[in-house]
Ligand binder design. Sequence first.
Ligand code: AHM
Ligand code: MG
Length: 327
Amino acid sequence: MTLIKPSKRPTLSNYAADAWSDDSRYEGLNAIVQAIADGADQIEEKIRAATLADIIGTSGEVNVQGEIVQYLDTAASDTFVDVLSKSGRVAAIGSEEIEETVIVGDSLQHNLIVQMDPLDGSSNIDVAVSIGSIFGIWLRGDGEPATDDLLLKRGSQQVAAAYVVYGSSTVMVVAVENSVQGFTLDPEARQFILTHPDLRIPEKCSVYSANEGNFNKLDEATQKAFIELREKYSLRYVGSLVADFHRNLLKGGIFLYPGDPKSPEGKLRLQYEANPLGFIAEQAGGAAYSDKQRIMDIQPEHPHERTPLIIGNKDVVEQTMTIINKG
Ligand code: AHM
Ligand code: MG
């Protein structure tokens, strides 16, 4: 991991203007990334103020996965839909918190599609543990109608992906092909600054991250994979995918949330958790698989579908996959 000296750190806006603005593959991306940064800035303030403002707690609604929606989940979803819609570049938005596709615009300018988990790790909100936001960004095909089908593209068709971790600092990681850049929010200037350029997963895997409490529910082959990981690595598990992934990206590690005989598809969502982080992992030299195939090759059938996820250091992910499949 390379850190840049303070005097040489570009802001996210300067970096984006230099890196993507003249590249036709990334038309409109700058506006989307700025919108995400703007939304993250607003959400970060709400999270930090949550207890004081007495806004923590359940909103009384149930989201599309049948889980309790926390106030901040809804606020984050509304905020990101708002800033992304105002960017003028998004044709459609998929959100974990919204069952239907949000169709935003149908002009030639609306050339991008965003699917997001607006607040990942929501069970950690009211215990002051790191949470985050995850975004997959797809290009809309020329003349492709603005319908629900826009959300059913494979992960390999993503043009970019990003996430934000609201932790001891607020960090935004943005990836395009062969490039993963990390920015940290300056809390005074309210600007993201490039602090972690050209991120690559370290060659050495140091940790594994999994919910060990699920061990007895797993099939025998997956239990075998867990036992192998226990023998080789330390366990680190935040319980917010985005925070576990961020630590493993910086330090080397594997995260797994497998399926089990009762829930073969596991818990995590393909389009707005596994695919964006899978894209980022691959651009950083890592890998992401379901139990059977590369995450980004899965053809989604539903925007909210789930998938098993094994993600992190390529060699360890592949060894773990082999054990899970052969037993
Ligand atoms: P969320 O998007 O509703 O917050 O749920 C997803 C979270 C992931 O962030 C995390 O990896 C996983 O659920 C933790 O699940 P568990 O508590 O079963 O270990
Ligand atoms: Mg989530």
